[in-house]
Write a protein that binds this ligand. Structure first.
Ligand code: B12
Length: 485
């Protein structure tokens, strides 16, 4: 049987390996024709997809994140399903796993795979081949006017399915230029995350479980990328790469000789507990920047988010520690907590100013809080009038498209004035400190922008930054909040 694996285009061409598909493909039994189609790197992706799915028994697997990928995927699968009655369409990934009902109810989609997909896919391929039911452990299907949700499957360590099968794609296409290096590739080396932050969709899928690949497996993947594909930089896309100090230390020591610069996502409180030795080893091995969820400058908001006891003081301490070790911290904020949104935003923006004053090299990413259906804050979001759309078409309409980008206008507790304050501040911030990750902004423009925004930044004059917005348009300089995960 032909199995087509499709990665719809993200908001901007994201030239990174389609790891969701590469990983899940390890579950497909041998003997099938596998065809990968990636909307991020193939200009003719849609034509190729049409040709591959046109006739005969075909299983189309689609990975979908909220936002642009959903917008790209839905019209396509409707079209393809209309043409070929023998086509089976299965969706997996974060959006379908968090919102299975609305996806399974869509007539063009035959089944949703929930969470980690390898084992489910093995059984599902057999069911499609024999014409059996797609209702099984790990799937959700729409049957008799209701959602039929299978039991969950036990999670497995990802590397137990084998190494990432890079050979399925044209690796030359994915060697990307980034601030880390001229040939950047990405890896994913753990399943889930051991924390319960109640605004994060990872908890919906993995409920606080974290299964790391052993350090040797991680080191082997980095070596393969460096030795066989010429990588000089690696981004670890794990939800929480730095959850276990011992593994970080072993990986750092094991990859030091590969001469790659690297980046990953971590927790402030965990990494504050790392020894100076581990920080040194990581810096030596090429660690350049770490993404942290600072989330808020208000301790009460942090407690409401269930950030595991994280305090604002920890964020300040981490900023100093990372600076000391020559590793750039990248702090992400999730602004507009429902408890006291005004105070949350005010204190967070004050914290950003302080972080920049103490370490101008740190990066800041400002998102708006966009609830996910999880106990903790969701009940209150609903009480305050928050409702998700009833069908997939609803998700494609504004304001939901902005919601997916974490620029939402759908949270009723954030007033338009408060939203404007955040966006004005952000415009001034991004001009005063253009992100280091923007390779297209030369030193002259960088200096010009910074000096143009200097007085505004200094005196906190954020209102109507029209001149900066105009430049942002003309120079199209990079806004971290658009590019982030
Ligand atoms: C790389 C990445 C991106 C890339 C795009 C990737 C791409 N596919 O083109 C970029 C940077 C563009 C991006 C953008 C955004 N992202 Co993003 N992204 C990620 C990240 C870091 C890694 C994804 C990945 O490769 N994972 C590795 C694979 C192996 O894991 P996986 O996807 O979970 O796959 C497993 C299962 O889910 C399942 N599975 C997945 N797909 C499928 C498909 C089928 C058919 C089957 C059977 C199974 C299956 O099996 C896989 C193996 O077990 C994740 C976080 C994470 N660590 O996963 C966030 C994440 C998915 N992104 C997220 C978000 C919110 C966004 C944005 C909306 C944010 C924004 N700034 O606007 C945008 C919009 C994206 C869009 N739609 O265009 C959220 C999703 C949350 C949610 N509510 O659903 C995540 C979880 C981050 C987070 N913690 O909040 N992102």
């Amino acid at each position: 049987m032909r199995v087509v694996l499709f990665n719809p285009r993200a908001q901007r061409a994201h030239r990174r390996l389609p790891l969701s598909l590469l990983h899940v493909s390890r579950g497909i039994p041998d003997g099938h024709e596998l065809c990968f189609v990636d909307g991020n790197v193939e200009a003719d992706a849609e034509d190729r997809l049409r040709a591959l799915c046109q006739s005969g028994r075909v299983l189309l697997l689609v990975t979908v994140m909220p936002g642009p990928q959903l917008r790209a995927a839905l019209p396509l699968v409707r079209l393809l399903k209309g043409v070929n009655p023998e086509l089976t369409v299965v969706w997996g990934g974060y959006f379908p796993s968090v919102h299975p009902e609305v996806v399974a109810r869509e007539p063009a989609i035959d089944a949703v795979v929930l969470g980690q997909g390898e084992d489910t896919l093995a059984e599902l391929v057999a069911a499609v081949e024999t014409g059996g039911s797609l209702a099984m452990a790990g799937t959700a299907v729409w049957e008799g006017g209701a959602l039929r949700r299978g039991t969950g499957r036990p999670l497995r360590v990802s590397s137990s399915y084998g190494p990432t099968p890079f050979h399925h794609v044209d690796m030359a296409r994915y060697a990307a230029r980034s601030f880390l290096g001229s040939r950047t590739y990405n890896l994913h080396t753990s399943v889930g995350c051991p924390y319960f932050c109640n605004f994060c969709a990872v908890v919906n899928l993995y409920a606080g479980r974290w299964l790391p690949d052993p350090a040797e497996a991680v080191i082997a993947e980095v070596r393969t990328l460096a030795d066989q594909y010429g990588a000089n930089a690696v981004e670890f896309h794990d939800n929480n790469f730095f959850a276990w100090e011992k593994r970080c230390r072993e990986v750092a020591d094991g990859i030091a000789a590969s001469n790659v610069s690297w980046w990953g996502e971590g927790r402030i409180d965990t990494m504050l507990g790392f020894s100076g030795d581990t920080w040194e080893a990581m810096a030596r091995s090429g660690l350049r920047m770490v993404f942290f969820g600072a989330e808020s400058g208000d301790d009460e908001a942090l407690a409401r988010m269930d950030k595991g006891g994280l305090q604002v003081a920890d964020t300040l301490a981490l900023n100093r520690m990372a600076k000391h070790h020559g590793i750039r911290p990248e702090f992400s904020f999730v602004l507009g907590n429902a408890g006291d949104p005004e105070r949350d935003v005010r204190r967070s923006l004050e914290l950003v100013r302080r972080l920049k004053a103490e370490n101008p090299d740190c990066e800041i990413i400002l998102y708006l809080y966009t609830p996910v259906p999880l106990p903790g804050q969701w009940e209150e979001a609903e009480r305050l009038g928050m409702r998700f759309p009833d069908d997939l078409d609803g998700w494609l309409q504004p304001p939901w498209t902005a919601f997916d980008h974490r620029r939402t206008e759908s949270t009723p507790w954030v007033t338009p004035a408060l939203r404007r304050d955040i966006f004005d501040f952000e415009t001034v911030l991004n001009a005063r400190f253009p992100t280091h990750t923007d390779l297209n902004l030369g030193p002259v423009r960088r200096r010009l922008l910074a000096s143009l925004a200097a007085a505004r930044w200094r005196w906190g004059l954020n209102r109507y930054p029209v001149e900066l917005r105009a430049l942002q348009k003309v120079w199209a300089y990079r806004r971290p909040e658009e590019m982030g995960f």
